[in-house]
Design a protein around this ligand. Structure first.
Ligand code: SF4
Ligand code: SF4
Length: 215
C-alpha cells in the first residue's frame, strides 16, 4: 500500500489561503488504512477547517482515488458541492490527488505527503520493503531487498561499517546484508553470494511509468 501522512494544519491553511469554501476528498483504500484520509480524517479535517473559519461545502471518500475515471464520476455526482468550493482539499496519496486535479478545473490542494510503498507489520505500523526499482533482485537475495532495506542500497554488501550485525547508518536496524546471508545460509544457498550482482540499470526507473495490459 501507499503510505501517506497528513500535512500539518498550518501548511494546509496556507495552501487554502485566498478562498473560504472547501470541498474535502478522502480515499477509502490506502489513505484510510494509514489514517491520513479516511472517513474519520475527512471528518476531523472538516471540523478543523470550520474552526479556522472555512466553509466546507461537502465531503466525499472515494473508493479508490487513484482510479482516474471513477474519481471523475464520483466528483460529478457531487457537482453542486464541488462547484460551490474555491478549493478541493485531497487527503489521499499523490496519485489520488492527481486524479482529482484531472477531473476538475478547481484549485486542488494536497493535504498529505506520500511517503513510500509499505508493508503492514500490524495496525498502524508500516515498513518500506520495496522501492519499485523495476528490476527485482529478490531471487538472488533470499527475498530481502538490498535496494530498500540496506540503507545505502548496496547490491553487493555488506559495507565496511557493519558492526555486530547492525547497520552503521541506523544502528537500531539489522544490516540488510547480514539478514540476506542468514536467509541464504538457512536455505543452503549462501554460495549465491560468491556471484557479484551486476550494477542496476536505472532505465528501469525511468518515469513516468505506464503499462497497458494486452487483452
Ligand atoms: S529489488 Fe527491491 S526495490 Fe527492486 S523491485 Fe525488488 S523488492 Fe522492489
Ligand atoms: S551496514 Fe549493512 S545495511 Fe547498513 S549500509 Fe552497510 S551494508 Fe547496508
Amino acid at each position: 500500500m501507499i503510505v501517506s501522512t497528513q500535512k500539518n494544519i498550518d501548511q494546509i491553511l496556507t495552501a487554502l489561503d485566498g478562498g473560504s469554501r472547501v470541498f474535502i476528498v478522502g480515499c477509502a483504500k490506502c489513505a484510510t488504512v494509514c489514517k491520513s484520509g479516511g472517513e474519520e480524517e475527512v471528518f476531523g479535517m472538516q471540523e478543523e477547517l470550520t474552526v479556522a473559519g472555512k466553509e466546507v461545502t461537502g465531503t466525499i471518500v472515494i473508493d479508490e482515488a487513484c482510479h482516474i475515471l471513477r474519481t471523475g464520476r464520483d466528483l460529478r455526482s457531487r457537482r453542486e458541492q464541488v462547484d460551490l468550493a474555491d478549493f478541493l482539499l485531497v487527503l489521499s496519496c499523490g496519485a489520488g490527488i492527481q486524479s482529482v486535479a484531472e477531473a476538475c478545473d478547481k484549485k486542488v490542494v494536497a493535504g498529505t505527503d506520500s511517503r513510500f510503498l509499505g508493508n503492514i507489520r500490524r495496525f498502524g505500523q508500516f515498513e518500506q520493503r520495496c522501492s519499485l526499482c523495476g528490476d527485482c533482485r529478490l531471487n538472488e537475495t533470499g527475498g530481502v531487498c538490498p535496494v530498500t532495506v540496506c540503507a545505502k542500497g548496496l547490491l553487493n554488501g555488506p559495507c565496511g561499517g557493519m558492526q555486530d550485525g547492525s547497520c552503521e547508518v541506523e544502528t537500531d536496524n539489522r544490516c540488510a546484508w547480514v539478514t540476506i546471508y542468514e536467509r541464504l545460509e538457512r536455505q543452503q544457498r549462501s554460495g549465491q553470494l560468491d556471484i557479484a550482482t551486476p550494477a542496476r540499470d536505472y532505465i528501469h526507473e525511468a518515469h513516468p511509468g505506464s503499462l497497458k495490459l494486452e487483452k
